[in-house]
Design a protein around this ligand. Structure first.
Ligand code: FES
Length: 202
């Protein structure tokens, strides 16, 4: 289960840079008059990118004021989506899927490896401050479960040995090879096709 942890250390101020402020205006212009609240996801995404991949409480307040909506409306969005972090994450941010298909295929072993090598608890930095990990819900790659995401990349068809290798690499500040570790292409079946046999190019 994904747990949102709010950082105890918070900056006193958050404001968009000039460049991001221009992007904010462009995002707001995409929506009709009086509907600028619809830009909330885009603005939060900009805020997170500007602040080392996590959103401080001041940024929630700032975005709410820019969009002229209540603070709680922005807070609800931030706490709902796992893509938003409320505390600092590592340069290598590991998200382990623990939803049913991944759970059945061994995601617990993956989280155990994260606990052992990265940090005992989710959303905490490793001793060398390079990595952090968290559990998330389905990342849409169930066919190649169990899987995890590191930053923008997927690592699929994992086993204990492969996961350990990946985690040890990121702890050494090296980015591991991505994709399926059974060399599966896209969502292809593991061996031969077992369904839709009568269709060409299915
Ligand atoms: S259940 Fe893990 S990717 Fe869907």
């Amino acid at each position: 289960m994904s747990i949102k942890k709010i950082s105890k250390t918070q900056p006193e101020l958050f404001e968009f840079t000039e460049n991001n402020f221009q992007k904010v205006q462009d995002e707001i212009k995409k929506y009709p008059e009086g509907k600028k609240a619809s830009a909330v996801l885009a603005l939060l995404y900009l805020a997170q990118n500007q602040n080392d991949n996590w959103i401080p409480l001041k940024a929630i307040d700032y975005v709410a004021k820019l969009l002229e909506i209540p603070y709680i409306k922005v807070y609800e969005v931030v706490t709902f989506y796992s893509m938003f972090n409320l505390s600092p994450v590592g340069k290598y941010f590991v998200q382990v899927c623990t939803t049913t298909p991944c759970m059945i295929r061994g995601s617990k072993k993956i989280t155990e490896i994260c606990k052992k090598y990265i940090s005992q608890n989710q959303n905490e930095l490793s001793d060398n401050k390079l990595c952090s990990w968290t559990e998330v819900e389905c990342l849409g790659a169930c066919v190649s479960a169990p899987m995890m995401q590191i930053n923008q990349d997927y690592f699929e068809d994992l086993n204990e040995e492969k996961t350990k290798e990946i985690v040890q690499k990121i702890l050494k500040n090296e980015f591991p090879e991505t994709g399926s570790f059974k060399n599966r292409k896209s969502n292809a079946p593991e061996k031969e096709k077992t369904t839709l046999l009568d269709l060409k190019n299915a």
